[in-house]
Ligand binder design. Structure first.
Ligand code: C5P
Length: 137
């Protein structure tokens, strides 16, 4: 079997956890790749940015909430080969943020218990992260 070379894509993702131990998931909107699937909020790490800086920016842009780098605890990471790139995606846990998450990019949002997450179809990179959250929460 031959394997074609793929570019590496670094995406930072976050499990936002509320006071009841529920986690926020967001549905990828129409027009995006993997539309309709539920994912952890986050996005692509830009040139010169750390994964933590990326998350602070993405949480502000996508959800309108504020957090700080010391509030982001690394939990694990996803590593998944898609057709045209290989995705590396650290997953952070964040329990301290200000503001109420709002769907700033037309995405549906849901607070779910980690065990309920299996009922929401997720991208293949995200789904293997669920057991880590079940163990943690
Ligand atoms: O969100 P964005 O479209 O910028 O992400 C780029 C690609 O990374 C997506 O098309 C998807 O394949 C992958 N991705 C993922 N899980 C996420 C975020 C992105 O698999 N939580």
């Amino acid at each position: 079997m031959t394997d074609k070379p793929r570019r590496l894509l670094l995406v930072s993702a976050c499990a936002l956890v509320d006071a009841d131990g529920r986690v926020l998931i967001a549905q990828r909107p129409e027009g995006k790749q993997l539309a309709g699937l539920w994912e952890f909020p986050g996005g692509k790490v830009e040139q010169g940015e750390t994964p933590e800086e990326c998350l602070v920016r993405e949480l502000r842009e996508e959800l309108g909430i504020e957090t700080q780098i010391p509030c982001l605890a690394p939990l694990t990471f996803a590593s998944h080969t898609y057709d045209d790139f290989h995705l590396l995606m650290p997953l952070y846990v964040c329990r301290r943020f200000t503001g109420t998450p709002q769907p700033r990019e037309a995405q549906a949002l849901k607070w779910v218990r980690p065990r309920q997450m299996r009922d929401y179809p997720m991208p293949p990179a995200d789904a293997p992260l669920i057991p880590f959250l079940i163990d943690l929460l």
